[in-house]
Ligand binder design. Structure first.
Ligand SMILES: O=P(O)(O)OC[C@H]1O[C@H](OP(=O)(O)OP(=O)(O)O)[C@H](O)[C@@H]1O
Ligand SMILES: Nc1nc2[nH]cnc2c(=O)[nH]1
Length: 175
């Protein structure tokens, strides 16, 4: 397997501290209620688990997987549901959890789709946001870090399925 040099962009300590803050903020915002976290596979698995540990109101979780059509049609913005949720979200306080928002196509599509299922509320939480890359506008209530337009890995983010397990956010140095 090819190995790359990876430069640290956000250290493990920084990421963990920010996730703790987000957990505290969500716990305050949903005081007296419960939250239903929707983890978007695969990248959000690490972030969802760490965030859930920092939320003090009752938490339930479900998983969904999407894929953008690749190649020429990627810019068409068509997002395919590879795995749908197991449970209903009707009347629940839903937070979609993402590792990164880039063009905004995935989250824009998902938010519209899930809003049709009549949740009590629907918000988005992303660990990373690359605002420079946005093509489709989408309201994101909780953002861990805004980052510049660099290809990043770690904390769930991959390069060719590698590096998801890194405990920090790093930039891949391509030769
Ligand atoms: O804002 P967008 O341009 O739509 O891009 C963001 C999406 O791309 C990544 O997923 P990816 O398709 O790489 O899947 P993965 O999480 O399984 O790696 C990321 O996890 C978001 O879901
Ligand atoms: N792994 C990874 N996936 C992305 N999807 C959109 N931007 C990125 C990125 O910087 N890294």
């Amino acid at each position: 397997m090819e190995k790359h040099h990876i430069e640290v962009m956000l250290s493990e300590e920084k990421v963990d501290a920010r996730i703790k803050e987000l957990g505290e903020q969500i716990s305050r915002d949903y005081a007296g209620k419960s939250v239903h976290l929707i983890c978007i596979l695969k990248g959000s698995v690490y972030f969802t688990c760490e965030l859930a540990k920092r939320i003090t109101v009752p938490v339930t979780m479900d998983f969904m997987q999407c894929s953008s059509y690749g190649g020429e049609t990627k810019s068409s913005g068509i997002v395919k549901i590879v795995k749908d949720l197991d449970e209903t979200i009707m009347d629940r306080n839903v937070i979609i959890i993402e590792d990164i928002i880039d063009s905004g196509r995935t989250l824009s599509h998902l938010k519209k789709l899930l809003a049709q299922r009549n949740p009590a509320s629907l918000k988005i939480c992303t660990l990373l946001d690359k605002p420079e890359r946005r093509v489709v506008d989408v309201d994101v209530e909780y953002v861990g870090f805004q980052i510049e337009d660099k290809f990043v890995v770690g904390y769930g983010l991959d390069y060719d399925q590698q590096y998801r397990n890194l405990p920090y956010i790093g930039m891949v140095e391509f030769d």
